[in-house]
Design a binder for this molecule. Structure first.
Ligand code: NDP
Length: 281
């Protein structure tokens, strides 16, 4: 059984990205990311701080704009429009969730698709579905990169994705399909879930429920990717019962140290890509 070490892989990729950033800086291009954080959600504050740190590590210029939770939607939208026009800003990310009264959909749609480093804009999602060049949502993109670096097969595999959110499940399914997997997407209305997940050679779980997938739901020899981040008294744990499933899987991601570090690394990759595109290099 192989542990898919997202932390080590992320570190390796970040080393490559640092070199890329340096090469861009030598050409006078300084990749930059602006993060907007509205309100004081504690988890969001941690995520934003981690993003700032990751940017610093690879030499991306990062700026965080912190706004009070009372911020009006119109104010936020006009800030995004201003950042869209600013040639020194290559990537824009608005940390979700947003306080009540601000439409996430409107906010996402206001970010220029050329600066949409989270890959959530309908144009980015459309490009993904059509197989066109564009920003990929960081979590599924990170999972694909992890699979690639471990040289795990995708083409022709039975892939099952549990969860159909716009940020994880749906783009994950699209990316696996693009790599020629046979993809099934499950959700809360799926009947006989265990029967479906037991068909999977590659099982991706993004449900948000602690220990949701036990060994009886996994085919012996399957590759299991655990996207879940659940805060429990014992610390952070995933959606997969790791100690049980590692006994049957051929490879599995741990939580923490699996998908999480890959997600943030792909945000860096997307920001560098945005800078390259903006400067046509
Ligand atoms: P959402 O809550 O948006 O989606 C959860 C999905 O799980 C939904 O599609 C839902 O189905 C499905 N689901 C819920 N209950 C069941 C059930 N009993 N059987 C089958 N499917 C079910 O979550 P996200 O996709 O945003 O996140 C999922 C998890 O991944 C969370 O723990 C989150 O914290 C974590 N996460 C981790 C990231 C990382 O970097 N590691 C990044 C993003 C998220 P339905 O659509 O029918 O309601």
């Amino acid at each position: 059984m192989q542990i898919l070490d997202g932390k080590a892989t992320a570190k390796q990729i970040q080393g490559e990205l640092s070199a890329e950033v340096q090469a861009l800086k030598d050409k006078g291009i300084h990749p930059s990311l602006t993060v907007i954080l509205v309100g004081d959600d504690p988890a969001s504050q941690v995520y934003v701080r981690n993003k700032e740190r990751a940017c610093q590590k690879v030499g991306i210029e990062s700026r965080t704009i912190r706004l009070p939770k009372e911020t009006q939607e119109a104010e936020l939208l006009s800030l995004i429009e201003k950042l869209n026009r600013d040639p020194d800003v290559h990537g824009i990310l608005v940390q979700l969730p947003l306080p009540e009264g601000i439409s996430e959909e409107k906010v996402i749609c206001t970010i220029s698709p050329e600066k949409d480093v989270d890959g959530f804009h309908p144009v980015s999602m459309g490009r993904l579905l059509l197989g066109q060049d564009g920003f990929r949502s960081c979590t599924p993109y990170g999972i694909m990169e992890l699979l690639r670096r471990y040289q795990l097969p995708i083409a022709g595999q039975e892939a099952v994705v549990v969860g159909r959110s716009n940020i994880v499940g749906k783009p994950m399914a699209a990316l696996l399909l693009a790599e020629n997997a046979t993809v099934t997407v499950c959700h809360s209305r799926t009947r006989n879930l265990g029967e479906v997940t037991r068909r999977a050679d590659l099982l991706v779980v993004a449900v948000g429920k602690e220990n949701f997938v036990g060994r009886e739901m996994v085919k012996p020899g399957a590759v299991v990717i655990d996207v879940g981040i659940n805060r429990t008294e014992a610390g952070i744990c995933g959606d997969v019962n790791f100690s049980e499933v590692k006994e049957v899987a051929s490879a599995i991601t741990p939580v923490p140290g699996g998908v999480g570090p890959m997600t943030i690394t792909m945000l860096l990759a997307n920001t560098i890509r945005a800078a390259r595109r903006a400067c046509s290099v």
